[in-house]
Design a protein around this ligand. Structure first.
Ligand code: ATP
Length: 235
């Protein structure tokens, strides 16, 4: 479904990705794990068109998407839930969810998807009229994922969904990510520092270090890998 081939990207002169290749098949959950500053966010930004790669190719469903504007990439079904969540704090929960559906052409299924989001996160229904900026961190993360789902993604990209959340909430968020994948069949790419959660929830994963993908495997394989254990799992 998604192929990233030999992509390099930089901020000014600072190279952040060096010939990174990865792929995501339809129906998969794929995680990108790595330390702070390894290049995970940059990889998602290249895919969603926020950064143009210096070299390399990105294809989605067989077509190149390099050079498309972010809104064009969103409208073909790649929805990016950024680190920091990308919410409109002065708008209500409901309005944020509606904004998530802004680019959709299949307006008929919007109310069905709203019900699905509310079934995943009942607290969002309870707080429908509350301003997004007044929600707790965990509720904001739920809203960010819900807003992403309202865009009817073929590929949902989540940047650090665990960031700043208490362990119980982190569990809940990852359980829900797996549930979305199972119930809706949504393909999901996660950039995540919490390697344990990212690997236990994913079908496959890549390890990024200093802008280079140094390892790939199934979640299980990487959980058992000695380097991953030492560097990312603290075992
Ligand atoms: P994090 O978990 O902190 O988001 P990451 O793995 O997602 O880490 P990136 O944010 O992709 O890493 O950062 C890769 C490199 O690019 C780092 O060296 C970082 O300092 C640099 N970088 C990231 N964003 C910018 C920016 N907007 N301007 C300049 N340099 C940046």
């Amino acid at each position: 479904m998604l192929k990233v081939d030999n992509v390099s990207a930089a901020y000014g002169k600072a190279l952040a990705l060096k010939e990174v290749s990865l792929k995501v098949e339809k129906g998969e959950i794929v995680s990108l794990i790595g330390a702070n500053g390894a290049g995970k966010t940059t990889a998602l930004r290249v895919i969603s068109g926020m950064i143009r790669p210096l070299k390399g190719e990105v294809t989605f469903e067989g077509k190149s998407i390099v050079g498309l504007e972010p809104y064009q990439i969103a409208s073909i079904g790649i929805i990016h839930v950024p680190e920091g969540r990308g919410l409109f704090p002065e708008m209500t929960v409901r309005e944020n969810l509606e904004m998530g559906a802004f680019l959709r052409t299949d307006k008929d299924s919007i109310s069905e998807d709203l019900e699905f989001v509310y079934s995943l996160f009942p607290v969002l229904k309870e707080r429908e009229k509350q301003l997004a900026g007044t929600l707790s961190g965990g509720e904001q993360q739920m809203l960010a994922i819900g807003k992403g789902l309202m865009g009817n993604p073929k590929l949902l990209m989540l940047d650090e969904p665990s960031l700043g959340l208490a362990p119980m909430l982190v569990d809940k968020i990852f359980e829900t990510i797996v549930q979305i994948n199972k119930e809706k069949g949504t393909t999901i790419l996660i950039a995540e520092q919490n390697a344990y959660m990212a690997l236990t929830s994913a079908h496959r994963a890549y390890v990024i270090e200093n802008g280079v993908t140094v390892m790939e495997g199934t979640g299980e394989e990487l959980l058992g890998n000695e380097h991953v254990k030492k560097a990312y799992l603290g075992i």
